[in-house]
Write a protein that binds this ligand. Structure first.
Ligand SMILES: [Zn+2]
Ligand SMILES: [Zn+2]
Ligand SMILES: [Zn+2]
Ligand SMILES: [Zn+2]
Ligand SMILES: [Zn+2]
Ligand SMILES: [Zn+2]
Length: 458
């Protein structure tokens, strides 16, 4: 305890922490259990081995050296760390919320909590996964771009792998990876062509099994601003329907729907929702994200009352409807799993473009199925740890703080990006601690600037 070396290290760490805390002002000292069921980032702990989730503070404080995987936001989720549902580990105690609580009966534990993702049900391996994964707005599961027909499935071992790390033996989805070799993450994020629909072209994904449960969404499939990926035959390439073109389709759609103002808003999307940032899909607009989302909450003027007026939904897209009914009949037939048939001409997933929440028809027929999925009408609040520049932070906490600042309303690069960023940021910060240097806000900023530049070059 009185070791000179140790106190040196602590002093160095303190300097590093104080400087960085100003740049990354979040606190991880409070378990969110007492906040109840909220939308928050949830972490799966492989080491504890429970089909349960913990909050970001518990991820840092109670599962410090455990192998974990961030599942990103899950709605209506209460932290399991202090509960008896987490009791298989005889020695597990929540370090933040000390009283032992009953198991959370209202948490839903989908396949992500068993380590499975996407409709293909694969496990996630940060060391081999090359694809961006995209989160469904409705079920909050994660989907491979290739499973959404946005690209070919890349081969799994295209890049040279670094020698096995001496600090970890298990790499599956490991976000607590002390790997000092950053060649891995750089290699894994490059070399793929852009997906058929790039991140800047849409705001949210809804997977087909969720689409089938939401009548109004189903009705809008493939109409302007509700993109779908289809092909004319199994020999043809995948293409996108539902793309809007302000020059040509605006007036035609307006005439058909009988509501020029409404449809012009649809067609000019970005104008109608001018307060929102352009979806550049880059890390550079991250600092605005929080602000924009806050404003979204305050300024929201979306009516939640249905009108007795005529239905203003666009005419249905016949091709999209046929694809969805094919999938629906396949998934309900007794001999098949819920997977999508190989011969299908589309997987039925929908990509909702910027401003989609403002565009729905709110007639008596359209509104009810949207209201039963409120996130389709109004962007949800997602819990963020409270700000507290004075709290003492470990290197791990610094990394998590920085990652909290990534755009989470979409998580463009999803789980893979999280692992990359965590490893890279740790590698960036570690020398400061080792070489007795102070880290400044500029150092942190330099890290993000370099990431941004690299991203723009791709
Ligand atoms: Zn917690
Ligand atoms: Zn754990
Ligand atoms: Zn805990
Ligand atoms: Zn998949
Ligand atoms: Zn879904
Ligand atoms: Zn309607």
């Amino acid at each position: 305890m009185t070791s000179r070396t140790l106190s040196d290290i602590i002093a160095t760490q303190t300097n590093l922490v104080q400087e960085a805390a100003e740049a990354l002002p979040f606190e991880f000292s409070q378990c969110t259990y007492s906040l109840g069921y909220i939308r928050q980032a949830v972490y799966l702990c492989h080491t504890c081995g429970e089909t349960r989730g913990v909050c970001s503070a518990c991820s840092v404080s109670c599962h410090t050296n455990h192998e974990q995987l961030e599942l990103f936001p899950k709605r209506h989720f209460r932290c399991d760390c202090p509960t008896r549902g987490f009791s298989r580990q005889a020695h597990h105690h929540c370090t933040l919320h000390k009283s032992s609580e009953d198991a959370n009966e209202k948490n839903l534990y989908g396949q992500n909590f068993k380590g499975f993702f996407c409709r293909c049900g694969r496990t996630y391996d940060a060391t081999t996964e090359r694809e961006t994964m995209i989160q469904c707005l409705a079920c909050e599961d994660w989907f491979h771009e290739s499973c959404l027909n946005l690209r070919e499935r890349p081969s799994r071992e295209p890049t040279p792998q670094p020698p096995p790390s001496t600090t970890t033996t298990e790499n599956n989805g490991n976000i607590d990876n002390g790997n000092d070799d950053d060649t891995l993450s750089e290699a894994s994020s490059s070399g793929l062509p852009p997906p058929l629909i790039t991140a800047s072209k849409y705001e949210s994904l809804v997977c087909s099994s969720c689409v089938l449960k939401i009548d109004t969404l189903k009705k809008y499939a493939g109409t302007p601003g509700i993109l779908m990926v289809i092909r004319d035959s199994t020999k043809d390439p995948w293409k996108v329907i539902g793309e809007t073109n302000p020059q040509t389709t605006g007036s035609a759609e307006a005439e058909r729907s009988g509501d020029i103002v409404n449809v012009q808003d649809v067609e000019s999307g970005s104008v109608a929702v001018g307060q929102k940032r352009p979806r550049a899909g880059s890390l550079g607009d991250e600092p605005q994200t929080k602000k924009v989302r806050d404003e979204g909450g305050e300024n929201s003027t979306i009516s939640t009352h249905s009108s007795n007026g005529p239905c203003l939904a666009p005419p249905i897209n016949q091709i999209a409807q046929e694809i969805l009914s094919t999938i629906e009949s396949h998934s309900s037939s007794p001999n098949s799993s819920s997977s999508i048939p190989m011969e299908s001409l589309g997987s039925g997933d929908l990509f909702l473009t910027e401003g989609f929440r403002e565009r729905w028809c709110r007639c008596n027929a359209c509104l009810p199925s949207l209201q039963s999925h409120p996130y389709l009408l109004e962007e949800e609040e997602t819990y963020e740890p409270p700000e507290d520049p004075d709290s003492g932070l470990s290197l791990e906490e610094l990394g998590l703080r920085a990652l909290q600042r990534l755009p989470r309303d979409k998580a463009i690069d999803g789980i893979r990006a999280f692992n990359e960023f965590k490893d890279e940021l740790m590698n960036h910060l570690r020398p400061f601690a080792q070489e007795d240097k102070e880290v400044t806000a500029e150092d942190i900023k330099a890290f993000f600037d370099a990431k941004l530049a690299a991203k723009e070059q791709r």
